[in-house]
Design a protein around this ligand. Sequence first.
Ligand SMILES: *Cc1c(COP(=O)(O)O)cnc(C)c1O
Length: 498
Amino acid sequence: MSQKILYHSTRDRALTASSSRAVLEGLAPDGGLYISDAVNAEGFDYRALLTCTAQEMAEAILSRLLPDLPEMGDLVRQGYAGKFETEELTPLAKVGDRYVLELFRGPTSAFKDVALSLLPRFITAAKRAEGVTDEIVILTATSGDTGKAALEGFHDVDGTKIIVFYPYGGVSPVQQAQMTTQEGNNVCVCAVRGNFDDAQTGVKNVFAACRDRALPGVRLSSANSINIGRLAPQVVYYFKAYAELVKSGRIATGDKVHFVVPTGNFGDILAGYYAKLLGLPVGKLVCASNRNDVLTEFLTTGVYDRRRPFYKTTSPSMDILVSSNLERMLYLASGGDTALVAALMRRLNEEGRYQVPDTLLSALQETFACGCCDDAQAAALIRRVWEKERYLCDPHTAVAYRVADDFIEKQTDGAPVVVLSTASPYKFPAAVLSALGETVADEGFALMDRLHDLTGVPVPPQLASLRQKKVRHTDVIDREEILSYVLGKIGQKDWEAK
Ligand SMILES: *Cc1c(COP(=O)(O)O)cnc(C)c1O
């Protein structure tokens, strides 16, 4: 049933790539993102998927989106084997008047596990499909969650190495311990003095510098959501949630479902739009932001303006002012206008701001609703949902749940509302405990126990066992040293950490 899919840059239709090459490269050579015009429902019957298991759904959807990767069923089975709490991967919980789609039941307790459990398999398969024998070195800057999920996915995968840079003192103690205790002989974790943007800029500079420098036998690639191989697996859980609602009798096949998504880089919510393109009856996709509300403003006014204060919030994975995947949505909503997308991205780069034409804004508003809330509102929400429903949210999920309140009040069609839940509350025990009214003096591991004693919600075993693990990665560098650090590592044969 798979129709041939060819990818090309969002900024230039002539820069084409097979799906396997798009996965290997990550970013198109002109800085655009890889996109395809053939993501549609033609010959793809979502109804046939509704009785499938999560892994069967993944095989069907991913074969469609990434047709050049052979043996997709095997890649999916091997990638997920034994890693998630349940066979269904992403369970749907009914909480009060809505549903919560739990995406955090994987090996690192963040939703990024859904995609990063598969991406290393995709890269290995893409190398084979493209006849590439070079070693792939994955470079990742992380504000906390991507780093660990990528390490977990890539450790001990043949033919790959991974280097993760995180801001020194800029991630939660639980997140830091998750990364610095990582085992595997192809992994490297390094702190950078500075904030996340410094680490991110440093990594981008490495890519630029290495474009002109021969690295014999080595290719650099990226594990963040600009890579279509990371986006595609996220499409699956929208189908899975829909199937659960049909199975439980809440809806009939063909009825609409609304999804509320805690958004940062616009990857998760864009995957929902891909599900819609593939024929799933998706109602509104509600884009939820924290105090960094650049997307709320954009979806309301059509003006994207990153020249604004950057706030550090209790939902750090959504602290982002440049949402990379929005570029793919601009392409799709403008009917594939590469010249317009290229011009808007140039303006963003040069002036820090752009405005889209009214027709484009209207097209976006047909699909997307939006809303934001601050830390105090998110904390109040965590407390209310715990007291009323005995359901414990992490701060990212809380933002979406709170934005869903306003959406449900306005929207009267009676269609079910699904809130995407992106992290375990135990990754952010300090914020969650204070939300519940507890006094929190420090940030140690003991907070996990306190949160457990208070709520009885089980601590994910891989987080509980962190305190016994040996710290293996202790490097700390200045941001100016990132390039020489990477080159040094690439030249070093044995990566076995102490
Ligand atoms: C990455 C992340 C998000 C944001 O997802 P995007 O795809 O970047 O929009 C939200 N919540 C958590 C916990 C995350 O780790």
